[in-house]
Design a protein around this ligand. Structure first.
Ligand code: 3UK
Length: 502
C-alpha cells in the first residue's frame, strides 16, 4: 500500500511522558495546600486509567467529568485519554435537567463527580456508572498499578469532547483530535505567548471550558511548567488571594474579571506577573488601560472558541492593539465574507471564517449543524462579525443574538422562555446592553393585561427571583424594562437589534 504509516500516539503520553523523566520532582500543580509533582502526576494518571480498565471501560466510551478544578480532574481527564476513552468535561454550574441531557446525549459510560454535585443526583440507567471519590474508589485507586500502557491511536483520531453552547438550542458535542491540544500549545502558547518551563500559569476560566483547559492543563504540561488550580468559584477576592499566594507569572482572565479586579486590588502585590491574557468576549479599551495603570502589565486579548479548541487570532505581547483582537496565530487562516460567501473588501465587515488543524472534525451526530458551521475545504463559520485593518482583526459583534456575559454564553431565548412562564408576562425579549463597556442581559417585558397591577418595582423583584430559581445565577437579567409592545417584523419575529439600541 502506498503512503507512509502514521505514527501512533497517545495525547496523555505526549503531555506527561517526557516531564516525568526530565523533571520528576518539579511541581506540576498547586491546588490549595496540595502539591503534585510530575512523578506523582504520571503515577496517578496511570492509576486512574487502571481503575477505569478494572471497571471495564472500552476505547471511545465517554467518561463525563463534572468536577471542580483539582488534581482529580486532571487524573480523570488524562487517565481516560490514556486508556483510549473519551473524557467529556462539563460545566459545573448547570441544572439537573442540563446534566440529564448531557449524559444521554453523550451516552456516557461513566460519570466522575463529587457526591454532592447536581449531576450526582441524577438517576442514570444501567449504561452509566458513577465514580465518586469515596472509600470504594480510594480502595481501587490505591490498589491500582501506577504503570499503564497507553492506548495508541492515530493523531487525527478523537481524544476528548467538549460541549459547545455557542448558539441557540442545546449544547453541541464537540470532539477534538489527539493532535489538537499539542497544536494549540505549539502555535499559540509557544509562538504568541512564549510560555516556558519557568512559568506558573493561573487561569480564572475553569478546566471544563476550552479556554481553561488549554491554560491550566495543556500549556503548563506541554512546556514542563507549573499551574495553579483554584477549586472554588473565582470570586475577585479568591483570585487576588491566589495571585498573592502563588505568585503566578501568566494570568488568564476574562474581561469581567479584569474589571472587578482593578476595583478591588487595593495595592495587592501582582509583581510576579509577566503576562496577562484575556478571551471569551471583547476586551473594552478602558479596562485594558486601567489594568495597565494599576499593574504595569498589558492585557493580551485574543479570540478563541470551543470548536477551534483555543485562540486563533491574538494580540502580541509588547504590541497589544487596543480595541482589536490582533492578528492570526501561526497555523490558522481567516476569511471575512459576505452573506453569499464572497470575500468582503478590506475594511468592510463580514462573517469570520477560520481554518486550522485544531478545529473540531465536526459536532458528534449533528449533520444539520455541521452543514451550517463546517464549510467546504475545512472552513469553520465562527458566528462572529469582523473587519480587517492592516492584518489586524476588529471585532464587530455577533452575527446572531447570543450574548457573552462574563465570558460565558447566555442565550436570550433561554431567559425569555423562563420569563414567559410567569403569569404577569405577556411577551418579552432579552438583549445585551453595555455596562462599563461589557454586555449584560436586560429584559423587555410586556405585562399581561389581566395582571393584577402589582407595582413595577415589586414585579421586577418577583420576576428576577422567578428567573433565579430556574436558571443558573449568571443568566439572571441585570434589569427589567416594562414596555407596551415589542418591535417586530411583518412576519412577527422580534427585532432584538432595535431594543439593543434603545
Ligand atoms: C466570543 C470573543 C471577542 C466569540 C474561548 C478562548 O470563548 C471561548 O469559546 P466559546 O466557545 O465562545 C466562542 C465565542 O466567544 N469571543 C471569544 N473571545 C473573544 N469575542 N473578543 C474575544 N477576545 O463570539 C467567539 O465566537 O465559549 C476563548 C479560548 C478558547 C475558547 N473556547
Amino acid at each position: 500500500m502506498a503512503g507512509a504509516v502514521e505514527k501512533k500516539v497517545n495525547l496523555a503520553e505526549e503531555l506527561i511522558g517526557k516531564n516525568s523523566f526530565e523533571r520528576p520532582d518539579k511541581i506540576a500543580f498547586f491546588c490549595g495546600d496540595v502539591k503534585v509533582t510530575y512523578r506523582e502526576l504520571a503515577k496517578n494518571v496511570n492509576k486512574f486509567a487502571n481503575v477505569l480498565r478494572t471497571l471495564g471501560v472500552k476505547p471511545t466510551e465517554r467518561v463525563m467529568i463534572h468536577l471542580p478544578d483539582s488534581p482529580l480532574f486532571i487524573y480523570a481527564f488524562l487517565g481516560s485519554v490514556k486508556c483510549g476513552a473519551w473524557p467529556v468535561p462539563v460545566n459545573t454550574m448547570l441544572s439537573e435537567g442540563d446534566y440529564r441531557y448531557l449524559l444521554t446525549d453523550s451516552e456516557s459510560r461513566f460519570l466522575v463527580t463529587n457526591m454532592d454535585s447536581r449531576a450526582a443526583q441524577i438517576e442514570t440507567d444501567h449504561h452509566c456508572d458513577k465514580i465518586f471519590p469515596d472509600d470504594r474508589f480510594r480502595e481501587l485507586f490505591s490498589a491500582a498499578s501506577d504503570e499503564a500502557d497507553p492506548y495508541l491511536v492515530n493523531p487525527d483520531d478523537i481524544a476528548f469532547w467538549l460541549y459547545s453552547s455557542g448558539s441557540t438550542g442545546k449544547p453541541k458535542p464537540t470532539p477534538h483530535k489527539q493532535s489538537s491540544m499539542l497544536f494549540t500549545a505549539d502555535n499559540y502558547a509557544k509562538h504568541v505567548l512564549g510560555i516556558r518551563e519557568e512559568d506558573i500559569c493561573f487561569s480564572v476560566s475553569k478546566l471544563f471550558f476550552a479556554y481553561g483547559l488549554g491554560n491550566g492543563l495543556t500549556f503548563p504540561l506541554r512546556f514542563g511548567a507549573t499551574a495553579v488550580l483554584l477549586s472554588d468559584p473565582p470570586t475577585p477576592e479568591k483570585v487576588i488571594n491566589t495571585l498573592v499566594t502563588y505568585r503566578p507569572t501568566v494570568f488568564f482572565g476574562v474581561p469581567t474579571m479584569y474589571n472587578s479586579l482593578v476595583k478591588k486590588m487595593n495595592g495587592a502585590d501582582t509583581s510576579s506577573l509577566r503576562l496577562c491574557v484575556s478571551a471569551g468576549e471583547a476586551l473594552p479599551p478602558e479596562i485594558f488601560k486601567q489594568w495597565q495603570a494599576k499593574t504595569g502589565c498589558e492585557i493580551v486579548d485574543g479570540i478563541g472558541s470551543t470548536e477551534a479548541l483555543h485562540i486563533f487570532i491574538s494580540n502580541r505581547p509588547g504590541a497589544a492593539k487596543e480595541g482589536s483582537s490582533g492578528s492570526l496565530v501561526p497555523g490558522y487562516e481567516a476569511k471575512i465574507v459576505d452573506d453569499e460567501g464572497s470575500d468582503v473588501p478590506v475594511g468592510a465587515t463580514g462573517h469570520l471564517l477560520i481554518r486550522g488543524s485544531s478545529i473540531t472534525p465536526g459536532y458528534w451526530n449533528r449533520p444539520e449543524q455541521n452543514r451550517e458551521k463546517m464549510l467546504e475545504d475545512g472552513w469553520f463559520r465562527t458566528g462572529d462579525m469582523y473587519s480587517r485593518d492592516n492584518g489586524y482583526f476588529i471585532y464587530q459583534g455577533r452575527g446572531d443574538d447570543m450574548l457573552k456575559v462574563g465570558g460565558i454564553w447566555v442565550s436570550p431565548m433561554e431567559i425569555e422562555y423562563v420569563l414567559i412562564e410567569h403569569a404577569a408576562v405577556s411577551e418579552c425579549a432579552v438583549v445585551g446592553h453595555e455596562v462599563e463597556g461589557l454586555q449584560k442581559p436586560f429584559a423587555y417585558v410586556v405585562v399581561n393585561p389581566s395582571h393584577d397591577g402589582t407595582g413595577k418595582e415589586k414585579l421586577t423583584g418577583e420576576l428576577l427571583e422567578f428567573v433565579s430559581q430556574r436558571l443558573p445565577k449568571f443568566k439572571r437579567p441585570w434589569g427589567i424594562h416594562f414596555v407596551n409592545e415589542l418591535p417586530k417584523t411583518a412576519t412577527g419575529k422580534i427585532q432584538r437589534f432595535k431594543l439593543r439600541k434603545s
